[in-house]
Write a protein that binds this ligand. Structure first.
Ligand code: B12
Ligand code: SF4
Length: 559
């Protein structure tokens, strides 16, 4: 029996870690999971400014390890005496993982293995900093490694595991993918043997304070995606697992059994299920079997993701009947040029609109995803995106426009290099990616696009604002409008707002508008709110847009 400690960097969900933990335990090993902070703390705003940084810690762009936190990790490891430490991280946490690893190796002498998307995509860059790493899926490779360690066998020839022995690198080909994910045990969400490190302390809590996991349960019914967008890891997985079937679906019965188990054992009442399948409504046979079982045996509202080319009305209707509350559809751009040449996505405007309509027709809510802050996008592309947004069936909500991340070795980063735009990108500290150097036009377009989801802004108004030179130079005005609109339409992260409280809150917030710079813009859009009684019109406009269709705007989605 081996003792293994798995550390998840800034990710309390860490499905990969939880799958590996469950499998190792089933095979007789002992596992401890350290949750090093959580998803909600990945933000440059949380990283202390230089004057508050502790010497002996490591401070990256959007994450950090203080000296106190480092000592907490080392103390835990001393107590647990693991034979092996595994660290799971994505590219945003390369720097902090490297720092922790160096300290663990130097001060405890325990071997460390890395895994996750960054090690899968950048194994050559990463292997010098660790004893071992895992390329791709890790359940069986890690189990084989731990079994080999247990039996004192050679560990340099295990499929998917790379080994760095004093600078000599053993690169092993990837193991074939498990085609039947039902063979894995359910991921380890048990409270036992978990430690959360947060804000310089070992937390009493199981999860960070705002984690979805207090009310929601996350699950994946399938692994793998049929698409290969240039800014996503999916294409890379296709390359490294060439010849293997990438999309592997758990049986509906297996998924339902896990959910029943969670309903029985979750420490808090569950309110919602989060499906992280890359495209949930894809497989008709699966959905036909799954939906009635879910409705009968689970029955909680759930959300999932889809793609504009995946929106078969029958599949959507079955899912909605089972409890689909909302679907998040990645659109990313309305420009056909950008979709084709930059993002490697093929979906026509008509198809996107049709899928959106199909979703709304079922009665489910629609959220859409767009990517901004991308120097490969031109003015006319942004206008085309605005047009699409204006023409999308309503109501819909936009999840905050994501800035494009050019992760190392992703196709989008190769395109950026080929197009010669690296001078418009910067490399944040400790991150294996580039991001755009800020320009006012990115903010301008982010907020103009965001504005398009609110009722009352007609296509004509928005196209007019798009041409406004003053707004372009002062995009913070748009930002303020959008922020105010979000405030009036957003209820404490919960899409199901209490109506009375909501109306009171709305009145209070409308009053705040009186002193807002929002008026400056309405003055600029003079043809719309011409003449006297501007404030009255603004109130009326807001009331109308908020009450006519019930609650409007984005529903509470915190990622
Ligand atoms: C679901 C999901 C989320 C969920 C849940 C996260 C989770 N890990 O469960 C949430 C919403 C929280 C989330 C958050 C974020 N995500 Co996300 N997410 C995903 C998604 C769609 C699936 C991840 C998953 O659970 N896969 C299933 C499990 C079983 O696989 P796995 O996690 O890869 O783990 C396996 C292997 O990697 C390996 N492994 C992993 N760790 C280790 C450790 C050891 C020691 C070993 C041996 C092996 C090993 O074995 C595991 C089991 O097979 C992926 C895309 C994808 N298809 O991978 C993006 C993805 C991981 N996310 C991404 C991003 C950018 C983010 C955020 C930064 C977004 C943000 N701005 O906040 C955060 C970062 C969180 C963090 N701390 O790293 C990017 C990361 C890109 C990169 N190169 O780093 C991805 C790859 C999508 C993309 N654009 O390509 N995400
Ligand atoms: S559809 Fe989503 S999961 Fe699939 S390749 Fe594109 S971004 Fe990745």
């Amino acid at each position: 029996m081996q003792r293994v400690t798995l550390i998840s960097m800034y990710d309390e969900y860490c499905l990969g870690v939880r799958y590996m933990s469950a499998l190792l335990q089933r095979e007789g090993h002992s596992v401890h999971v350290i949750l090093f902070k959580g998803v909600e703390f990945i933000t440059p705003r949380d990283v202390p400014p230089p004057e508050r940084q502790e010497e002996g810690g490591y401070y990256a762009y959007a994450s950090y390890v203080s000296r106190t936190e480092l000592e907490l990790v080392l103390d835990l490891l001393r107590k647990q005496e693991p034979h092996l430490v595994g660290i799971s991280f994505s590219s945003i946490n390369f720097g902090v993982a490297q720092f922790l690893t160096e300290q663990i190796r130097k001060r405890l002498g325990v071997p460390v293995i890395w895994g996750g998307v960054d090690s899968t995509i950048n194994p050559e860059t990463n292997i010098p900093y660790t004893d071992m790493l895992c390329v791709g899926e890790g359940e069986y490779p890690l189990l084989n490694l731990v079994n080999a360690m247990d039996r004192g066998k050679d560990i340099t020839c295990i499929p998917s595991i790379w080994v760095n022995r004093d600078g000599t690198i053993y690169r092993n080909p990837v193991m074939k993918l498990e085609q039947n994910p039902d063979k894995y045990p359910f991921p380890d969400f048990e409270p036992a043997n978990k430690t959360l490190i947060l804000n310089d302390r070992i937390s009493e809590a199981l999860y960070p304070p705002h984690s979805h996991l207090y009310t929601n349960f996350m699950i994946m019914g399938a692994r793998g995606c049929p698409f290969t967008c240039s800014y996503c890891c999916s294409g890379h997985y296709r390359k490294i697992y060439k010849g293997d079937c990438i999309i592997r679906q758990r049986s509906p019965e297996n998924v339902i059994r896990e959910l029943e188990y969670r309903l029985e054992t979750w420490p808090w009442p569950l309110q919602r299920v989060e499906f992280y399948d890359d495209v949930l409504p894809a497989n008709k046979a699966w959905i036909r079997e799954f939906s009635p079982l879910y409705a009968e045996r689970v029955g909680l509202p759930f959300f999932g993701y889809t793609h504009p080319n995946v929106g078969d009305p029958e599949n959507l209707a079955l899912l909605q009947k089972a409890g689909l509350h909302y679907l998040i559809m990645g659109i990313q751009s309305g420009s056909q040029r950008v979709l084709k040449e930059v993002l490697n996505r093929r979906h026509t405007k008509e198809r996107t609109i049709q899928t959106a309509q199909n979703i709304l027709d079922t009665g489910a809510k629609l959220l859409v995803d767009f990517i901004g802050y991308n120097p490969l996008v031109r003015e006319e592309d942004n206008v085309e995106t605005l047009e699409l947004l204006c023409d999308l069936p309503r109501p819909f909500g936009i999840i905050k426009i994501n800035p494009m991340a050019y992760y190392d070795n992703y196709v989008i980063t190769e395109i950026a290099m080929k197009e010669g735009i690296l001078d418009q990108l910067e490399r944040p500290k400790g991150v294996h990616a580039y991001q755009a150097i800020m320009k006012p036009e990115y903010i301008f377009w982010e907020y103009l696009h965001t504005l398009a989801q609110f009722d009352g802004f007609t296509k004509e108004h928005l196209m007019g604002l798009a041409k406004d030179g003053y707004l372009r130079e002062n995009p913070e005005i748009l930002e303020e409008i959008v922020t105010n609109f979000y405030r009036t339409t957003y209820q404490g992260g919960n899409p199901v707002a209490h109506k009375d409280q909501y109306i009171d809150e709305l009145h209070r917030r409308l009053a705040e508008f009186e002193n807002s710079r929002i008026m400056a813009v309405y003055r600029k859009a003079g043809n719309w709110l011409r003449g006297r009684n501007r404030m009255k019109k603004l109130y009326r406009f807001l009331r109308r847009s908020l009450s006519r269709n019930g609650r409007k705007g984005p529903v509470g989605f915190r990622v």
